[in-house]
Design a protein around this ligand. Structure first.
Ligand code: SF4
Length: 460
């Protein structure tokens, strides 16, 4: 029952386990109805993100870019941003534009707030004051030479809390910051809120924008899915809620900001993966609303426990696992595999987070496991580790698929990005129903590798 921190052996990163800050911000803005992410940087900063998001969600994503070139590095990107904002405002008529900075615009020190003011002044001349004021323009700082995509997501949600939320009358609602999860997860959270009779504001709701119906070819082209996402009025109203639950403590700055500025109580984490964490989520909901956990939810919990009883001791107990990815999902999965009687032998995240170490220490204390832990490391470090310390199973994103194949270790795909399997983004891993889905995934993967045809024959 201990945590053994394995130190970094080199500074260079080989096969990174993280991507850049603007990706997280673009993900967050996409979850707002009629909103456009406007990347203030070079074209590649938006192109690679569009590619990454489309590869994972199998949906197109509409992201604008100010297209900085060499001259902007010398003279600044004012003209690009002012004209870019006007183009997006006039042509797309959005309710909100998230201005997302990049390495280059941060390094040259562009005055984003001043540029937005200039753009608004020019816009008022063109479309009038009333139309200009209808569009919220939110500056989101995402210097990608530090931290990860999760920090970019965190900065975006905080920017919404700081620039869009406005206090008025209490609304009795609960804000939920879901973290960088999938449409299936957000829908599961909304399902739990419905069963608990809780009105929620999802900050932000990517479920429909990243999993939307195909539009008929006769429909008028819209640059964003017209129905889904959190609308701007809800974000404004988030300052009046009874509480905020961030499903990830690693990206809870928006919740903290709403608490500091508007006295909206904040609960940070844990992500409701598995039994204990989902129990905690429900306790948080009950604490903030006073609503009791309903029989329907208890039934769902019972079904998860039943699946654990059916499969865990028979097929999963004692199996060793390497888990890698974003800190919240990785620590949540470590706790869940511990609940299943498996051994989380290695946990690894690309984020340099000491909170992650504390979370893993708790899991080690609860499960009695000895857990090797890597923080701020890359997939090459995992590969070196696995050569000497083979495990029965890997759980993480698609980026380690070739390693899994080479070492003959079955891989359960969880996290971001997952691009070599389809349908993953539609199914939840959170909540009791998500737990059942995970158990099926893990058990079927174990059955395929370790209970092959000959084995079944022997059993007959
Ligand atoms: S790391 Fe910097 S330069 Fe590269 S895509 Fe991200 S923001 Fe752009």
């Amino acid at each position: 029952m201990s945590v053994n921190i394995i130190k970094k052996e080199r500074n260079a990163i080989i096969n990174p386990l993280k991507t850049c800050q603007p990706l997280g911000a673009m993900y967050a803005v996409t979850g707002i109805r009629r909103a456009v992410p406007l990347v203030h940087g070079s074209q590649g900063c938006s192109t690679f993100v569009r590619y990454s998001l489309s590869r994972h969600f199998r949906e197109p994503s509409e992201i604008a870019v100010t297209s900085l070139h060499e001259d902007a590095a010398v003279f600044g990107g004012r003209r690009n941003l002012v004209e870019g904002l006007q183009n997006v405002a006039i042509r797309l008529k959005p309710d909100l534009i998230g201005v997302i900075t990049t390495c280059s615009s941060e390094i040259i020190g562009d005055d984003i707030i001043g540029f937005i003011r200039s753009a608004k002044d020019e816009l008022k001349q063109k479309i009038g004051e009333a139309e200009t004021e209808k569009i919220k323009i939110v500056p989101i700082s995402t210097p990608s030479f530090v931290e990860t995509h999760l920090k970019g997501y965190d900065n975006a949600i905080k920017a919404l809390a700081d620039h869009v939320a406005e206090p008025s009358e209490p609304n009795g609602k609960i804000n939920i910051i879901p973290g960088m999860v999938n449409p299936g997860d957000v829908r599961e959270i909304k399902h739990i809120l419905r069963l608990m009779d809780v009105d929620g504001i999802i900050l932000t709701d990517i479920s429909d924008p990243f999993d939307s119906p195909l539009r008929p070819s006769t429909a008028e082209y819209k640059p964003y899915y017209p129905k889904g996402g959190t609308n701007v009025e809800e974000i404004v109203d988030s300052a009046n809620s009874s509480g905020t639950i961030s499903l990830t403590k690693y990206a809870g700055s928006g919740a903290v900001s709403l608490e500091k500025k508007y006295k909206v109580p904040a609960e940070l984490g844990p992500i409701p993966i598995g039994v204990q964490n989902t129990d905690q989520f429900l306790r948080n909901l009950k604490k903030l609303t006073g609503n009791d956990v309903t029989d329907e939810i208890l039934d769902e919990r019972g079904l998860l426990i039943d699946s654990m009883a059916d499969f865990a001791s028979r097929y999963l107990h004692g199996r060793t696992v390497a888990i890698y990815g974003d800190p919240e999902i990785t620590s949540g999965m470590a706790r869940f595999v511990g609940e299943l009687g498996m051994e989380p032998k290695l946990v690894l995240t690309g984020s340099n987070s000491q909170d992650f170490v504390k979370d893993v220490e708790k899991v080690a204390a609860e499960t009695g496991a000895e857990i090797d832990t890597m923080v701020g490391q890359d997939l090459r470090a995992m590969e070196v580790y696995l050569k000497d310390n083979p495990v029965d199973l890997m759980i993480g994103n698609s980026d380690a698929r070739l390693m899994a194949k080479e070492y003959g270790i079955p891989l359960v795909r969880v996290g971001f990005p997952v691009y070599d399997r389809v349908g993953y983004h539609r199914r939840p891993i959170v909540g009791y129903k998500g737990g059942i889905h995970l158990i099926d995934l893990i058990t079927n993967t174990v059955l395929e590798k370790y209970y092959e045809h000959e084995h079944w024959k022997l059993q007959q």
